[in-house]
Write a protein of this length. Structure first.
Length: 181
């Protein structure tokens, strides 16, 4: 089983992805780690994904993200995994076809108030268009991204205040129902 988790920053793709992978006994893969590894191989420089974005800009970062996804699709074509996608990855047209073929796409759709609280706990992200107005920034990003996430997803899991374990159980129930159709 190959599962791709998509959604906004702070929706739990990495945390839930790791738990889900452990439950399913498959490897967990993370877009941010893949980007960091690719950057390290190509530039000989060890930076976090945030540092790569800040130092080299959005265009470089998104090109690296697209290449990392393509690389993953080729290297893991016949193996099972859970993959936590970058928040912008599904927005790039070329990535959408790859993601749809790669496996079952799950949109982790977290309530806006919960999402905003989680995002702000890590500081205002560099990609927020209005750093002085985080709520307005999130509203704008959700208007842009949510329709793409929903269209691309095979399954949408609506999340509020549930624990990670509860979300994993919700995903497993949704998957069983999905596979029976």
């Amino acid at each position: 089983m190959r599962m791709i988790l998509i959604g906004m920053k702070g929706c739990g793709k990495t945390t839930i992805g790791k738990m889900l992978a452990k439950t399913l006994d498959v490897p967990f893969l993370d877009a941010d780690s893949e980007i960091e590894s690719m950057h390290r191989r190509e530039r000989g420089e060890s930076l976090s994904f945030r540092q790569i974005f800040q130092r080299y800009g959005a265009a470089y970062f998104h090109a690296l993200d697209a290449r990392a996804l393509l690389n993953l699709a080729h290297e893991r074509a016949s193996s099972d995994f859970v993959f936590a996608c970058g928040g912008r990855t599904p927005l790039q047209q070329g990535n959408q076809a790859i993601l749809a073929r790669l496996g079952t796409v799950l949109f982790l759709n977290v309530e806006k108030s919960v999402l905003l609280r989680r995002i702000l706990a890590q500081g205002i992200p560099a990609f927020f268009p209005y750093p002085d107005d985080p709520e307005r920034s999130l509203d704008e990003l959700l208007r842009e991204r949510a329709p793409v996430y929903k269209r691309l997803a095979h399954l949408t899991v609506n999340i509020g205040e549930e624990t990670c374990r509860q979300v994993v159980q919700m995903i497993l129930r949704e998957l069983r129902a999905y596979e029976q159709h």
